[in-house]
Design a protein around this ligand. Structure first.
Ligand code: ADP
Ligand code: MG
Length: 725
């Protein structure tokens, strides 16, 4: 689309009257744009490169860069940037102008193949977790041709964004994208091997898919800007519960406030321009909490797109006078936000390997892949738990909120029955009839009535995909999907070997497959849990079955010290030992720094807001009490009245002095934290000492909030933030 056409048809100006399909993806250098801008042979070569996953050759790169620049400039872009995902949990970009000056002084727009396939950000400020020494601080960003370039709005103009991977001088992954791409390769290799073992050899490749349901809060910016805690840490560190919380549950799926709807529509229109298939929007359980969900895509594309969803939402929120809160628990006592990562595996030809088919044979294949998921999740539940551990998510997992820190799998009644029947040996699968008796032929029909969904499960099978619900709302999904892919690759690889061994020992293929299914059902039984995940029963079951119950980030990160786990990541070519260590270090460091920032922010708020406000109010109250005492005899105030008013003042004074004591305790704890050098020790100290000290002082501060004159209390309250529109 040219700039002029763009203007004429600007869907943002026309509101919803334009059909989405008419402008969907028009801000991306997609197949249509590529075909239009590139010579045929270059187009073909590029397609080949994308398909084979190989490197772009320099001469093709030059032609692609030229076409991309033409397209970008026609649409009004002046700058380009390599967009990448460093290990900070967000995204990074460095903008360069197309402009260059020729030797004779003429200005000209240039963009070469070398600039397309490789950029050189000064990487010394990005975390490497100890992988790079400063003298080789350079990192390289290189275009990932599987992810289309796009034009991003911002400020007054458009920027050409090139999705890239970020690697060190020696080729180590410095980002979250590279390991995800590697894990997609591992899945492909292992799945094709398993399919071949099953006797299926008509697939060109296997990929995983993801669809991320994204929860978030919107708060009026005028309140946000008056809350240092929201600004610094994304969550409220203080705040008394309002008289009404979410107990009425009247918000969930309620009508969307007009101002929010306008926000959602603008977000969606921008996402459609970027070729991001936003599908659903609705109110969530908590007041001011909402959700957006796209149609699922290849996991690596879905990971890029989820980051863009967050970025676009943040920008549109600012524009509309909102602050977007992506934190997992912005308000204590109110539901937190997660990101349900729907995940499945399928062939490039479009066969979902987790979908029951309509023949007994396809259903046996379905069971093989289903059991592989059980095997992978069971064996690597520690790594999976670690993939979603973060300072914010600790307030959900293992705290008072679903899902729990124990990773279990929910399959639903029907599949439980099928697996139990297979395990009990009631059927030996010798005949097709027995397979039919088991109901395997009818799975798809029953599947349509698959309503028994357990909303409390962290990892639930929902018909033809798994829903990993423990991911935090602010987390990039690249990491959990990378771990899911890797554990699945390992499980598939091992099952293929096991089946192959049986066949080699003389067992026929069908029996070999079914024997291995049975063996694995028994071996992984402990990871299946169908009950209420909020219950005490789960905690007991976890202990009895020996399932890891990793309640906070440092505990979860220790799972990555396990030698066997580390070898898995290395064996499947996803993360070398050093790359894994660097991720571990980076995550621990972020956890410690994050809690240090929270604690210092609370300290500041106590000293500059709460204590002064309470002191001021206490002064007023004391003045008025003294006045009353002085006039008591003259005006005949009863002793009882003096006593109760005195008691009120006394309660305030004693709470204020508790608050002062606890603030001093918090000061001491913060000082102590800065003296601890060993990272796990510091992280444990954060979880076990700093956070409890923060909670303790908060309880008193929140109690005082409800005693102090509203006009003296400077911080916006929960009632205002959550119930005013
Ligand atoms: P729910 O009942 O949990 O809302 P939906 O069917 O609406 O379930 O799907 C939720 C998310 O799951 C959407 O993002 C959707 O695109 C995604 N999804 C659906 N099918 C698959 C699949 N096969 N693989 C991965 N994600 C999927
Ligand atoms: Mg869902």
């Amino acid at each position: 689309m040219t700039k002029q056409e763009n203007k004429k048809e600007d869907p943002l100006e026309k509101g919803n009257t334009t059909a989405v399909s008419s402008y969907y993806g028009s801000m991306t250098f997609d197949q249509k744009a590529i075909r239009k801008k590139l010579p045929k042979e270059v187009y073909k070569a590029l397609q080949e490169t994308i398909k084979s996953g190989s490197k772009l050759s320099p001469d093709i790169a030059n032609a692609v860069a030229h076409g991309m620049k033409e397209w970008a400039m026609e649409n009004g872009a002046t700058h380009y940037t390599h967009w990448f995902q460093p290990m900070t949990g967000s995204t990074a970009e460095k903008h360069d102008a197309f402009l260059s000056i020729d030797s004779d002084g003429t200005p000209i727009e240039r963009f070469s193949g070398a600039q397309l396939i490789q950029g050189e950000p000064d990487a010394s400020s990005f975390p490497s977790g100890g992988m790079r020494t400063t003298f080789e601080a350079r990192g390289y960003t290189a275009w990932d041709p599987t992810s289309p370039a796009y034009l991003m709005k911002g400020g007054k103009g458009l920027t050409l964004c090139i999705p890239t991977v970020f690697i060190s001088y020696h080729g180590e992954a410095l980002d979250e994208k590279t390991p995800l791409l590697r894990s997609m390769n591992a899945v492909n290799t292992a799945a094709l091997k398993l399919l071949a073992t099953l006797g299926v050899d008509n697939s060109e490749g296997v990929i995983t898919y993801a669809g991320a349901e994204q929860e978030y809060f919107l708060v009026d910016r005028k309140f946000y800007s008056m809350r240092p805690d929201l600004i610094m840490s994304g969550r409220t560190l203080l705040g008394a519960m309002p008289p009404k919380g979410q107990q009425l549950e009247d918000h969930y799926f309620g009508s969307i406030p007009n101002r929010v709807l306008e926000f959602m529509q603008e977000v969606e229109e921008e996402l459609y321009l970027l070729g991001i298939p936003a599908k659903t929007r609705h109110n969530e359980v908590a007041p001011h909490q909402f959700e957006i969900a796209p149609i699922f895509e290849r996991a690596n594309i879905a990971a890029d797109h989820n980051l863009l969803v967050m970025e676009v939402m943040r920008r549109v929120a600012d524009k509309k006078g909102f602050a977007l809160l992506m934190h997992e628990k912005p308000f204590a006592g109110i539901n937190g936000s997660g990101k349900h990562n729907n995940w499945s595996i399928g062939t490039v030809e479009g066969v979902n390997l987790l979908e029951p088919g309509d023949t007994p044979e396809s259903n046996i294949h379905f069971l093989v892949f289903l059991v592989a998921v059980l095997k992978g999740v069971y064996k690597r539940s520690g790594a999976l738990r670690a993939s979603i551990a973060s300072i914010g998510n600790d307030h959900r997992l293992g705290a008072n909120e679903a899902p729990p820190a124990v990773v279990t799998v929910f399959l639903g009644d029907l599949l439980e029955k099928v697996l139990d029947a297979i395990e009990s040996g009631k059927v030996d699968f010798a005949t097709e009839k027995q397979v039919l008796d088991l109901g395997l032929a009818h799975l798809p029909i029953l599947n349509k009535d698959y309503t028994d969904r357990n909303r409390t499960s962290p990892f639930a099978f929902t018909g033809n995909k798994f829903e990993f619900r423990a991911v935090g709302s602010s987390q990039p999904i690249a990491v959990p999907n990378m771990v899911l892919n890797t554990l699945m690759a390992e499980a598939m690889d091992e099952m293929a070997d096991e089946i192959q061994q049986k066949i080699q020992s003389g067992v026929d293929r069908d029996s070999a497959i079914l024997e291995i299914i049975r063996t694995e059902i028994t071996a992984t039984k402990a990871v299946r849990y169908q009950g209420d995940n909020y219950s005490e029963d789960l905690q007991e079951a976890a202990a009895k079955r020996g399932l890891p119950n990793l309640r906070n980030t440092p505990q979860a990160m220790r799972a990555l010290l396990d030698q066997d786990t580390r070898e898995m990541f290395a064996r499947y070519g996803v993360l070398s030992d050093q790359e894994l260590t660097s991720r571990l270090n980076t995550r621990l460091e972020r956890y410690i720094k994050g809690i240090d920032i929270e604690a210092r922010t609370l300290q500041l708020m106590l000293k500059t807001f709460v204590i002064p406000d309470v002191s001021e109010y206490q002064g007023n109250l004391a003045g008025s009490f003294n006045g009353l005492v002085a006039a008591a005899t003259t005006i005949g105030v009863s002793d009882k009245a003096l006593k109760s008013q005195g008691a009120h003042l006394k309660e305030l004074a004693e709470n204020l002095s508790d608050l002062l004591d606890m603030t001093a305790e918090l000061d001491a704890v913060i000082d102590k934290l800065s003296t601890i050098e060993e990272e796990f020790e510091a992280a444990d100290f954060c979880a076990e000492v700093v956070l409890p000290a923060m909670d303790k002082v908060r309880t008193v501060a929140d109690h005082l909030e409800l005693m102090v004159d509203r006009s003296t209390w400077e911080l916006p309250t929960y009632s205002e933030m959550l119930f005013e529109h």
